[in-house]
Design a protein around this ligand. Structure first.
Ligand SMILES: C[S@@+](CC[C@H](N)C(=O)[O-])C[C@H]1O[C@@H](n2cnc3c(N)ncnc32)[C@H](O)[C@@H]1O
Length: 246
């Protein structure tokens, strides 16, 4: 099973749950990051009202973060490669009386083109799912090409710390790729050192306007990592970048 099939499988297995339950969960789960997005928008995009704000959520899953922003009046588009996740997102937005645009696609494909550009592109836990260098570059290109002038890209992603516990069924290689046994060994996460992440962002010509390492935060990459102390789980980085003027 590859990563896309594994996500599809995960969302399909949740299809029996009610939309109210999924909606409550999506809102609760993304609340912390939502507060960060609000602060960042007010700080870096003060001139655009929430009601005029166009937002693209990458690797949106059920779009919990986008839902918070849509409730403030933003026009939200969700992109994911799981059709099941996007269909659940559609129903969740509808249950709140909101409209959402969805775009089914792989963010690492170089030919992806959406018909508009956005003030704000958000990434809640997608970046660390992109395990290979050319795919990460394609993703950054996609983001860069879809930002309006002055627009910002904001992400929360897991990063490495000195010691990470790797449970049975996973392995971690020298390129900081976490592999999972899904019938065969499959690359599932890239847990970069925060300094390498910063370097990567600069190399693709982003201007970093916020970059903060949350050492106290313990990121759970998978339920097999649950119940571990934060000190031996990946840490988190929250970042905001914009296109460097050409
Ligand atoms: C860790 S989940 C995060 C979901 C959601 N953003 C959240 O914070 O709950 C990663 C999401 O990214 C999607 N995804 C992973 N790789 C992708 C890719 N290459 N293209 C598009 N979507 C991708 C998965 O289907 C999944 O919904």
């Amino acid at each position: 099973m590859n990563l896309q099939e594994s996500f599809e499988d995960f969302y399909r297995k949740e299809s029996h749950r009610s939309i109210t339950e999924l909606s409550d969960e999506a809102l609760t789960y993304s609340k912390g990051l939502y507060h960060f997005v609000m602060d960042a928008k007010n700080r870096f995009l003060p001139e655009v009202d929430w009601s005029g704000l166009s937002v693209l959520e990458m690797g949106a899953g059920r779009g919990g973060l986008g839902l918070h922003l849509a409730l403030l009046g933003a026009q939200v588009t969700l992109m994911d490669f799981s059709s099941t996740a996007l269909s659940q997102a559609d129903q969740i937005f509808e249950s709140q009386g909101l409209k959402v645009r969805t775009f089914l696609g792989d963010v690492t494909q170089p030919d992806v083109e959406l018909s508009e550009k956005f003030d704000l592109i958000i990434d809640s836990h997608l970046l660390h799912c992109l395990t290979e260098d050319p795919y990460r570059s394609s993703y950054y290109r996609l983001v860069k090409d879809h930002l309006k002038p002055g627009g910002i890209f904001l992400a929360e992603t897991m990063v490495h710390r000195k010691k990470i516990f790797i449970p049975d069924g996973f392995m971690f290689d020298e390129k900081n790729v976490l592999w999972q046994m899904l019938g065969q060994w499959t690359p599932v996460r890239r847990i970069l050192d925060s300094l390498d992440l910063e370097k990567e962002l600069k190399e693709v010509q982003f201007e970093i306007i916020y970059f903060y390492y949350y050492g106290q935060y313990g990121f759970v990459p998978h339920k097999s990592f649950l119940d571990l102390p934060a000190e031996i789980l990946p840490a988190a980085v929250r970042l905001v970048v914009k296109n460097r003027p050409s």
